[in-house]
Design a protein around this ligand. Sequence first.
Ligand code: HEC
Length: 157
Amino acid sequence: MRTKHVVRASLIGAWIMGAAVIAWAPRARQAGAAVATPMPDTVRDSLLVSDSIYQGWKWWHVYCFRCHGEDAMHPILPTAPDLRWALSPTGANFPRDSFFNTAWNGRPAKGMPAWNVLLDSAAIKEVYLYVKARSDGWLKPGRPHRLSDLQQKNKSP
Ligand code: HEC
């Protein structure tokens, strides 16, 4: 009986939250429309990354994608895990050091190569940052942008 009440109370709470969001949404949209030109810095570029993550993306698409999948999703080798899931708190919640050690030493018996022969530790840390950004979800699939790339693009040849 008690738990039923708690469930009902939290359902009502969720409903009120939902109603508040719905009530708020049109006003927020109107406020946005009042601004004549959209402010570029209010729109998050979900592909804009640090140089380290950009390097990680590059390493990934040289060495890792052929088994773990392009953009760190949809593994190609059936036994290779989706590393977004491996790093996610709702997945395997792999700590950074375990990621690093697994990439560094591999698990040769299980088809995961050791990367210490081709990559240095800085590169593996960059790969980790890239996969973490993909796992956290804010970095969308595709080629990330660096600030320096965007500045380059705006320059006339
Ligand atoms: C030839 C295929 C292949 C390539 C290329 C490859 N992996 Fe793997 N990887 C695997 C397999 C298979 C496993 C699962 C091993 C097991 O079952 O324990 C794995 C597991 C892992 C794990 C452990 C995940 C977990 O949840 O246990 C990490 C971290 C990892 N790989 C990182 C990388 C990184 C970083 C690269 C690129 C530098 C890479 N892998 C390239 C095949 C590959």
